[in-house]
Write a protein that binds this ligand. Structure first.
Ligand code: ADE
Length: 222
């Protein structure tokens, strides 16, 4: 998969994409990630990328030209163009799965007070990572890249995907434990030490349901 990210703050991505699983996925050539400063595409003599809103109002609005030119320079026949904005559709594991099947993603990070409405005509999908407003789309872009990259074949053990929270059953992960058997008077449940894999699977499923009912009852309704 190829991922192009359009941003005014390319340095924000430096460490995040150079660590852990995302670093390994790039090394294994499962994903190629390119971060573009769309200010470089501005035709304004001062490399301006935003201006005041027509009709008045506070703040600056991202202009069409730099983003249109940058997207047009990068787009391919089968690419999916995504705009990150708090008014986008909700991001879920299902959306991550669907996007992990694509071959080329172009992700536009909005910034400042907003963007010219005509930018929406460029995109296939508008995504919000939650009902809160961040200062820009950079952190949401990292969320997308991380959640999609780990789903690409050969990046992590595929059995782990099936056990993810928010898998197709909409259940949270079951609780896990490691050594020691007792820590500060808290003991590992006996059943996990029994070696009876059928019983352990049943126990884990019921713990998943219990945990979901306690922490995210809304998921059970799905
Ligand atoms: N930009 C600012 N806030 C955002 C959010 N919650 N999701 C996606 N992009 C954003």
């Amino acid at each position: 998969m190829r991922i192009d990210i359009l941003t005014l703050f390319p340095n924000m991505f430096d460490t995040v994409f150079q660590e852990s699983i995302i670093k390994r996925a790039q090394k294994l050539q499962k994903v190629e990630i390119y971060v573009h400063d769309f200010r470089n595409y501005s035709k304004d003599p001062h490399h301006k990328v935003d201006d005041t809103p027509y009709g008045g109002g506070a703040g600056m609005v991202l202009m069409c030209q730099p983003i249109f030119d940058c997207v047009n320079a990068l787009k391919t026949e089968n690419c999916k163009i995504i705009l990150l904005t708090p008014s986008g559709g909700p991001y879920h594991q299902r959306v991550a799965y669907d996007l992990s099947k694509e071959t080329h993603l172009i992700i536009i990070c909005g910034h400042y007070e907003g963007f010219d409405e005509r930018i929406r005509s460029l995109v296939n999908l508008e995504i919000s990572i939650g009902d809160y407003v961040l200062t820009g789309g950079e952190i949401p872009a990292m969320v997308l890249v991380d959640s999609i990259t780990r789903l690409l074949p050969g990046v992590i053990n595929e059995k782990s995907h099936l056990e993810d929270s928010f898998n197709e059953h909409y259940l949270l992960d079951y609780p896990t434990y490691t050594k020691p058997r007792v820590y500060q008077d808290m003991a590992v449940p006996e059943i996990l030490l029994s070696g009876d894999h059928k019983k352990i699977a049943k126990y884990r499923y019921s713990e998943s349901v219990k945990k979901t009912r306690d922490l995210r009852p809304d998921l059970l309704e799905k």
